[in-house]
Design a protein around this ligand. Structure first.
Ligand code: AMP
Length: 567
């Protein structure tokens, strides 16, 4: 296919923010997409391979700038200057390509096949001279590109397509193109995407127009799959309401999600973001081979770090380096051992178990795993309808340094990649801090004219140090709580400096904020950042001297058991 046609589709899709409109545009395009152009489906997701594939484009802005410079004969300085003004390297490249075209007037046709061919060479390059080879591959495309093509080539290269097409848009467009947007078809398409993580494969099947065929898409051992995710509940009681009685309650382990595949002698470990981390965890490979019965399977588990002397569980952050580190693995393995806690099974000896009820899947887990504490065990669990017992179990989980509990419906199936209500998490309440507003940003769209995002600061003696930005918890309307209008009115007289949409504000307005965690951060001058901050109240009663000071923040940071989750 001519790449120009795809670039025009991207342009049409970004010309509207309306979801239905996007579905209509995309559906029309898909109807006419031929089987031989199936890989265009990956380009629609800004990718070159199916989502499960680890080979990604991964081009830096710097390299993209170099390529634009080479292809258009523009100085990098000029490109950077323009980029700073428009904030979009794609548009920048469009503009300079236009200048060049006006001067030269010749162009070659580029096809989507050629684009894919060149882009697919990028992740394969290694070693000496890689940068120049990459540059040559990109420049070759850019030199032939028309302005609009250049815009989307660059956006694809730097992984910022900006066409507002999500997986659900693709699902609905496929359903509309080939099944008249039948509801059942939408569900089946989604399930097929969830199981395969391959939109071109699903397109192939959908194009043939048989809903039943979508059901044939199956899990494959060795191909990473997205994990099922829980919803959150505030209390055990609510948890029972969601998942029913009796339910299975397990520790919510504070480690990292590991989906483990075994096919014969081959074991593979994937994270929640489909990253292959097998090399980093040789001991886990060994445990799987030694202590799990079966020739082919996919297990869902959480790997938790523990202290090798005291045998106490450690918070996730302390073992997070094990995921990233690619060298000295044995040393790290000795220092930061992990225990694999298996809580689900998706596939066993050639058969998918996704549709089996959880109680059956968990029974299989227990049958095939030989428990070896501090190596591999079945997740700790109870089955109960009793709130008191559930609460005791929850307390025990916290005492054991874990995050809380998961409550699971015993009859439900496994839904890869979905945040479903048949499994819920219950964690301790969020913590709060009193802080002062020292900056803000004017909103856009519905919120234009109002300050809509606020910089919060804590105290350090006489100074105020930034610690985060908050926009949630504030309401559109006054009657419902603190409104944007009310806050804007309070803050406007306190503005000391304006720069574009940003304003600095004299510290005066004290607010109470809840948050889930404190992380270290280079972005704020306090050195910390709040994770998931939310406004709860104005605190006109609190003097500035009583807001949180940096030492308190540091203490809270040290005290907290749970930290940022990988993936
Ligand atoms: P959250 O990241 O807070 O949405 O919680 C979901 C995460 O909890 C999952 O991705 C798992 O990594 C983790 N988790 C810990 N223990 C369990 C368990 N027993 N069952 C399912 N997920 C668990």
């Amino acid at each position: 296919m001519n790449y120009k046609k795809l670039a025009q589709l991207y342009e049409d899709l970004s010309s509207t923010t309306k979801r239905l409109e996007k579905i209509k545009i995309l559906s029309k395009f898909l109807k006419h997409l031929s089987e031989s152009d199936r890989d265009v489906m990956y380009l629609l997701q800004g990718d070159i391979y199916p989502e499960y594939d680890e080979r990604k484009i991964g081009i830096s802005n710097q390299l993209a700038i170099k390529a634009i410079s080479k292809a258009t004969g523009t100085e990098p300085k000029k490109i950077i200057h323009e980029w700073k003004i428009v904030g979009d390297l794609g548009k920048t490249s469009e503009k300079f390509t236009l200048h060049k075209k006006q001067a030269t007037l010749h162009s070659h046709v580029i096809t989507t096949e050629k684009v894919l061919e060149n882009l697919r060479k990028l992740p394969e390059l290694e070693g000496k001279g890689t940068v120049n080879k990459k540059l040559a591959l990109i420049t070759e495309l850019l030199t032939s590109a028309e302005p609009l093509e250049a815009k989307y080539l660059i956006r694809t290269l730097i992984g910022d397509l900006r066409i507002g097409v999500q997986e659900s848009t693709i699902r609905e467009a496929l359903s509309s193109a080939f099944f008249d947007r039948d509801k059942e078809a939408s569900t089946k398409i989604q399930e097929a995407i969830d199981k395969s993580n391959d939109v071109a494969l699903v397109f192939d099947i959908a194009k043939k127009g048989k809903i039943k065929d979508l059901e044939k898409v199956s899990l494959e051992v060795g191909k990473p799959i997205k994990a099922m995710l829980p919803k959150k509940v505030p209390t055990i009681k609510e948890g029972f309401k969601e998942v029913g009685k009796p339910c299975i309650i397990e520790y919510k382990y504070d480690g990292f999600r590991s989906i483990i595949h075994r096919q014969g002698n081959k074991v593979m470990i994937f994270t929640r973001s489909l990253e292959n981390v097998t090399k980093q965890f040789p001991e886990v490979v060994e445990y799987i081979k030694k202590y799990v019965k079966g020739n082919s399977f996919i297990l869902d588990s959480e790997a938790v770090g523990y202290d090798k002397k005291t045998k106490e569980y450690k918070p996730f952050q302390e073992i997070s380096q094990r995921i990233r580190r690619k060298y000295n693995i044995e040393k790290l393995q000795r220092e930061l051992p992990v225990e694999v806690n298996v809580f689900d099974i998706l596939f066993y000896n050639g058969k998918s178990l996704l549709k089996e009820p959880f109680e059956k899947r968990t029974a299989i887990v227990k049958k095939i795993i030989e428990n070896h504490p501090y190596k591999i065990i079945c997740a700790k669990q109870i089955t109960t309808s009793d709130e008191k017992k559930a609460k005791e179990f929850y307390k025990k989980a916290l005492k054991n340094n874990q995050e809380g509990v998961m409550m699971k419906n015993i009859k439900s199936s496994y839904r890869p990649g979905r945040r479903v209500g048949n499994m819920v998490k219950m964690k301790p309440e969020e913590k709060d801090l009193d802080l002062v507003i020292t900056g803000a940003e004017y909103g856009t769209g519905k919120r234009s004219g109002w300050l809509s995002s606020f910089i919060l600061s804590c105290r350090n003696e006489e100074k105020y140090l930034e610690i985060g930005k908050v926009g949630t918890g504030i309401k559109e309307k006054k009657e419902q709580g603190i409104s944007f209008e009310e806050l804007t009115k309070l803050l406007k007289p306190l503005i000391t400096k304006e720069k574009g949409r940003y304003v600095k504000i004299k510290p005066k307005i004290v607010v109470a904020v809840t948050y889930q965690e404190i992380q270290t951060s280079p972005n704020y001058d306090s050195g910390f950042a709040l994770r998931f901050p939310r406004f709860t109240a104005l605190r006109p009663d609190k003097p500035l001297s009583e807001i949180a000071n940096l030492n308190e923040v540091k203490k809270d940071f040290k005290k907290q058991k749970r930290n940022y989750h990988y993936g």
